[in-house]
Structure formats: C-alpha cells, structure tokens
Design a protein around this ligand. Sequence first.
Ligand SMILES: O=C[C@H](O)COP(=O)(O)O
Length: 243
Amino acid sequence: MRPKVLAGNWKMHKTQQEAVAFLQEFLGKLVDTPSDREIVLCVPYTCLSVLSKSLHGTRVKLGAQNVHWADQGAFTGEISPPMLVELGVRYVIIGHSERRQYFGETDATVNQRLKAAQSHGLTPILCVGETKAQRDAGETENHIFQQLALDLVDVDQSNLVIAYEPIWAIGTGDTCEETEANRVIGLIRSKLQNPDVPIQYGGSVNANNIDAIMAQPEIDGVLVGGASLQPESFGRIVNYKPL
Ligand SMILES: O=C[C@H](O)COP(=O)(O)O
C-alpha cells in the first residue's frame, strides 16, 4: 500500500508570527485524522526554525520549497541540504513550475538538487507538469516523460515523491478533471522503476474537490497551494473522506 502524502506549499506566504498562529489552529484539526496519512507543511525558509520547534512531538512533517546541490559555497541566496537537515526538515519540493518558469530552473539543475537532497536523507517532492499550450498541442505525455527522463537520472526511487501539477491548473481554480489526473499519474507510474513511489496531484485542490481526487486509485496525495494557507481548508483536506 502506497502512503498518502498530503502536503501544503505555502509558497511566499506567512511571516513567522502568522505561521505559528496557523499551526495552533491547524493542530487542533488533527485529533481524528487517520494515521495512514503523512501530513507535510512546505514553508518559507524564514518559518522553518520556529515551525521546527512548534512541530516537535506532532505528526506534521516539515518541508522546504527548494534546496541547492552543494553543501556550502559562494551561492548567494541559496540554501544547502545540511542547513535544512539541521532544522528538522524532512521533505523538500524540487522543480516546482514556478521555479522553472520564473527562476530558470532546468531539468539538469533539478536533477542535481534531487540527488543532493537524497544524499542528505531529505525526501524530494519532484514536480512535473505541462503548460496549457502543451496540453492543447497534444504534448502532455511527451513533455512529462521527457521531464522524468532528465530529472530522474541516478535518482533513488525508494526515497521520492512525485507531484503531477498541470501548470494551467495552478492557482486558477481550473482543477484538472480527477479522472484525467488519474490517467496521467498512471502513465507517470508506468515510467518509474519503482511503482511504489507516491504520486500526488496538485493544482487548485480545495476542501470541496479533495474527496473526489483522493478517490482515484492512482492518486496518492495532493500538493496544495492556496488552500493550505487556511487551517480550516487544509484541515478539511488532510481529513478527506474516502468515497
Ligand atoms: O504547489 C502547489 C501548487 O502549485 C498548487 O497551487 P494551488 O493549490 O494554489 O493551485
């Protein structure tokens, strides 16, 4: 049985004070959450230290939103794997489409980041997905297969989560039909050496569509942006009800 991984990606939202206030309310919503679910909060670097302390002794795992491949060095603005490990970080998002689109991440640097994260015991959440133009041109499968082929070179598939995030569904309210997300995720799985890699769906997941998404057999969890910012909506997401 593949684990269910429900991760929030706060992107560039929340000060430390706001993060602590979120957590106080959110933890209260986990009292009856089934134990088969892994709950992760991927927060801004500036919130890691305070949340590391606040999450101690809870079931919520701490995640970051990117990591450099070197342990240290002259890389202004970057954060290394040992820096994350020291703060109790367990997961790290790598290759999010916003990093690829706005900050020049390539499949080659994504691959380097994945291997470095794993070599320090971090579990990467690798994001892949197509643009609207690629989907309209019938290029979805080829694009994703190419991302996987380049990103996963020499990557350990026993310590990996993949998130299928169609770019046109991110932050738009235009959620990918759950059966279509299930289809693409099945295709992603067919390209993996390890069929037990948990594969998430991401893109306008919310409290209203989570039950239908999680009812799909290939979908092992979700990567949630906007709806992870409020304790109420993210609480409902982690407490999804299997249909
Ligand atoms: O990492 C999360 C995704 O980019 C989805 O964001 P969203 O839930 O706001 O659409």
